[in-house]
Design a protein around this ligand. Structure first.
Ligand code: RNT
Ligand code: ZN
Length: 419
């Protein structure tokens, strides 16, 4: 059978199987087509960015590996992301960090950055059909130290407050230009290797800094605050812990970013979605994959991811949950890393969209718990992959592993020549 025929025949059979449990596969595919995932620009160059100063990655995060072909400048980052999108169905977003500004080789310090440094990105995003999201950058700078917004030293703290305010103004310009709010994520590494004399002091300072930073209201950007468990070298105390930001977000109406690598490994991130939906305005996700720690492995289709996606869909919260990716792996082809992660995320959401939620709820209402569990189990092996293949096929992107050869060709012709 020809490949195309195989895809169609399998899809027809899958459509019938799903129809039997009350699911319309075409509706699920349309829904998936509308799902926008924010690609993190920093997978392309191992979180290096374009500051003229250049500096080592700090802030308790680490990239491992030195696979050849890393993007060395703004043109290469753009080319690689554009290449990645050739293998991904749908329209997606791009999440930029402040250090990825178009500084034209000039030294622009973090407290001097302006919207004009992102004008070419806004233009590029428009051409590519990618809306932009933004992130402040507190790490990899001579003033990063162990404390930024929570620093008792006025001069250092004010430097980072100024940086963060400017980033919000940039995000506002991005949002205005694209006619859609820019998600502005704030993550700082502030913490300490040993337990401080008291934990309250720095959290109080951070609260005040955030209040100051958020004092200006904007209409075209949304503030997201990202918590963390610990950083390398900052293992005993994290100022911006989950409790801290959950409290701040609930009290002050800010969006909490859930990075799936920022919790104890046995914690269930999916279980947090419904609570956040009740008490905070929206949710920002940083989909990552922790292995033993916040290792930022490439996102793959595993139980954590499918459960997370199912929970978002079950809560009917696709309009309130923003999906961004956050991982950095320098041991494999970096463009391939993007494609694997986005496609895995799409697969997880497709499975979620194919869940016969009505039937499950009915069993539950009727107290039929054996039936509910049985259906939950059977759902796992329904032919969702045939629907996935059809989704890729109708969106003119490679079906199955066919994208490997495209990425290999780009490596041969482009990235392997970067030395
Ligand atoms: C770090 C946070 C943060 C970063 C990016 C580069 O642990 O996850 O989101 O990964 O900002
Ligand atoms: Zn993150």
């Amino acid at each position: 059978m020809k490949k195309e025929q195989l895809i169609e025949t399998s899809f027809e059979i899958a459509a019938e199987r799903y129809a039997a449990v009350g699911i319309n596969v075409n509706e699920a595919m349309e829904r998936l087509g509308r799902l926008s995932i924010s690609l993190h620009c920093w997978q392309a160059d191992d979180v290096s960015g374009f500051e003229s100063r250049g500096s080592e990655l700090s802030g308790g995060i680490q990239v491992t590996g030195n696979y050849p072909g890393k993007a060395r400048n703004i043109e290469e980052v753009r080319a690689d992301i554009s290449e990645a999108t050739r293998y991904i169905a749908g329209r997606h977003r791009l999440s930029l960090h402040e250090i990825y500004g178009d500084f034209g080789g000039r030294a622009v310090d973090r407290d001097e950055v302006l919207p004009e440094h992102f004008a070419s990105w806004i233009e590029w995003g428009r051409e590519q059909g990618m809306k932009l999201d933004f992130n402040t950058t507190s790490f990899s700078h001579p003033r990063s130290g162990n404390l930024t917004l929570a620093n008792p030293d006025d001069s250092t703290r004010n430097f980072w407050i100024e940086h963060t305010k400017r980033c919000r103004a940039i995000a506002e310009e991005m949002g205005k230009a694209q006619g859609d709010p820019c998600m502005m994520n704030l993550w700082i590494h502030d913490g300490s290797k040993e337990v401080p004399a008291d934990r309250l002091r720095y959290r109080r300072i951070l609260e005040q800094s955030l209040d100051e930073v958020f004092a200006t209201p904007y209409a075209n950007m949304k503030d997201c605050i990202e918590a963390k468990l610990f950083g390398i070298g900052l293992e005993s105390y994290t100022v911006g812990s989950y409790d801290f930001y959950l409290g701040y977000g609930a009290k002050k109406g800010k969006i909490v970013t859930l990075d799936t690598g920022h919790f104890h490994l046995t914690e269930n991130i999916a279980d947090k979605i419904s609570s956040l939906l009740l008490f905070t305005p929206e949710i920002m996700l940083h989909v990552s994959r922790p292995i033993r720690w916040d290792s930022d492995h490439v996102v793959i289709l595993n139980d954590d991811l499918t459960e997370l996606a199912r929970e978002v869909v079950r809560c009917d919260a696709l309009s309130r949950v923003h999906i961004g990716l956050d991982y950095f792996d320098a041991t494999i082809n970096r463009i391939g890393a993007y494609v694997i992660g986005v496609r895995a995320t799409q697969k997880a959401f497709l499975q979620a969209m194919l869940e016969p939620a009505g039937q499950l709820r009915k069993y539950e209402d009727d107290g039929k718990y054996f039936e509910r569990l049985a259906l939950q189990e059977e759902i796992k092996s329904l032919p969702w992959s045939a629907v996935w293949d059809m989704f890729c096929h109708t969106n003119n992107v490679p079906v199955g592993e066919d994208y490997i050869s495209g990425i290999q060709a780009y490596e041969r012709n482009v990235t392997s020549k970067r030395v």
